[in-house]
Write a protein that binds this ligand. Structure first.
Ligand code: HPA
Length: 281
């Protein structure tokens, strides 16, 4: 038996709870990955809601994740920002991982900006690069849409031909030019983790056409597109993937690089958010 029965009611209850905490009605939500949560500290007039207080919301245990929802304004745009997400490798079910996305959909959110730290497979990348996700390859071995389909969220067989919104990607490219940032576009390959990959895996994934590898984001994209929510995905290449440089991979390196490019990342988001707001208005 899948967990989907009752999921719509649970997401609706969480959405209602959140809407009671603030008058703001964001149409854009951000999931801020490792080290990027600081952006939400800049939201104006913010209401912070710990995940622990929200009915049915999963708690994040990963380091670098604060575990609260921040609702406030970026310039004049109302946004909801998740400081930290939950991952499959923490032991959460795929349904738990995407619960916040379904809550956003129930809150009337029309666009999600999903950010993450990723390993660079494409040899043109280097640590610190920002990459707009063009498409993905799901090798997580699970899928949040498995189980009975609740038609109130979306259709049984959702289309994924343009999962990563082309118009939003154009906004990123234009923002990158404006800010003179060296932005890329690439294909994100998702695994469950928690181990980093082997060099042989990375070699194989390069032949698949993957540019980036990571342990998140794809379940959220699937749930968002299922619910008709538009998606922007941005990866920060925190390290070149296993075997590329011959160096060992450490979580410390991932956090250090994340911290180093945080300001570029935030500058980019500040330019892109008003454009997305206009596009979904
Ligand atoms: N592999 C998987 N996930 C990651 C990596 C990596 O090299 N870097 C940051 N997240």
């Amino acid at each position: 038996m899948g967990k989907s029965s009752g999921e719509f009611e649970r997401a609706s209850a969480a959405a209602k709870f959140i809407q009671k905490q603030t008058k703001l009605r964001p149409k854009i939500a951000l999931v801020l990955g490792s080290g990027l949560g600081a952006f939400a500290d800049e939201f104006a007039g913010a209401k912070k809601i710990p995940y622990a207080k929200i009915p049915h919301f999963p708690q994040s245990t990963a380091i670098g994740h604060a575990g609260q929802l921040v609702i406030g304004k970026v310039d004049s745009v109302e946004v909801a920002g998740m400081q930290g997400r939950v991952h499959l490798y923490e032991g959460y079910t795929p349904q738990q991982v995407v619960f916040p996305i379904r809550v956003f959909a129930r809150m009337g959110v029309k666009a999600v900006i999903l950010t993450n730290a990723a390993g660079g497979i494409n040899l043109n990348y280097s640590a610190g690069a920002l990459v707009a996700i063009r498409d993905h390859i799901n090798l997580q071995g699970v899928n949040p849409l498995i189980g009975p389909n609740d038609g109130r969220f979306g259709v049984r067989f959702p289309d994924m031909t343009q999962a990563y919104d082309p118009e939003f990607r154009r906004f990123v490219a234009e923002a990158g030019k404006k800010l003179k940032q060296n932005l890329h576009e690439g294909v994100y390959l998702a695994l469950s983790g928690p181990n980093y990959e082997t060099p042989a895996e990375i070699h194989a994934f390069r032949t698949f056409g993957a540019d980036l590898v990571g342990m998140s984001t794809v379940p959220e994209v699937l749930a968002a597109r299922h619910a008709g929510v538009r998606v922007l995905g941005i990866s920060c290449v925190t390290n070149m993937a296993a075997g590329v440089t011959g160096e060992r991979l450490t979580a410390e390196e991932v956090f250090e690089t994340g911290a180093r490019v945080k300001n570029d990342f935030i500058a980019l988001l500040k330019v892109v958010i008003p454009r997305i707001a206009e596009a979904i208005a």
